[in-house]
Design a protein around this ligand. Structure first.
Ligand code: MN3
Length: 198
């Protein structure tokens, strides 16, 4: 298939002040578009052309071009999907799942924040569903839990981009401030929906 940049559910400036409009615009229309176009070039004329993105990423040994651009395509699709200008807390039902697996929402927040802040260099922090349970992990570069051997598995249901391109214009070196702001723009109903479908 030919992969397409998904439509954003919000305007570039809708997540301000947590994520600024210029960062959103460049991130979506340059970075994500770039991964999408390069993924399409990388799979052209190969067997991967018949597969969906989940099948491609979980296929095993991937070329650097497919791994980096396929990961970049998938990761940003999930990231945009779980962001919203109308954030709220998790539902009572999902809060119970979070409390069961992390003891409290605050301690989930702490575990996720640690994963995102301790990722050296560029990468992602993840919340995954694995056998009905929640797990947090992180990956380097554009790797993700669908890939084999990344030390992180399960079905991704929430993610945070900690590449500098995701925050540097507004936060410069202050990655912890960006991570903290992220909690103000999470669409928990989407995350819960993805958990239930995992
Ligand atoms: Mn990015």
């Amino acid at each position: 298939m030919t992969f397409k940049l998904p439509k954003l559910n919000f305007a570039f400036n809708a997540l301000e002040p947590h994520i600024d409009a210029l960062t959103m615009e460049i991130h979506y229309s340059k970075h994500h578009a770039g991964y999408t176009n390069k993924l399409n070039s990388a799979i052209e004329g190969t067997d991967l052309k018949n597969k969906n993105i989940e099948e491609i990423l979980s296929a095993g040994i991937l070329s650097a071009a497919v791994r980096n651009n396929g990961g970049g395509f998938y990761n940003h699709c999930l990231f945009w999907d779980i962001l919203t200008p109308n954030a709220s807390m998790p539902s009572n039902t999902f809060l119970k799942v979070i409390e069961r697996d992390f003891s409290s929402f605050d301690s989930f927040k702490e575990v996720f924040t640690n994963a995102a802040s301790s990722r050296f260099g560029s990468g992602w922090a993840w919340l995954c569903a694995k056998s009905g349970k929640l797990e947090v992990c992180s990956t380097p570069n554009q790797d993700n839990p669908l890939m084999k051997g990344v030390g992180c598995d399960g079905t991704p249901i929430l993610c945070l981009d900690v590449w500098e391109h995701a925050y540097y214009l507004n936060y410069q070196n202050r990655r912890p401030d960006y991570i903290n702001a992220f909690f103000n723009v999470i669409d928990w109903s989407k995350v819960e929906h993805k958990f239930n479908n995992a």
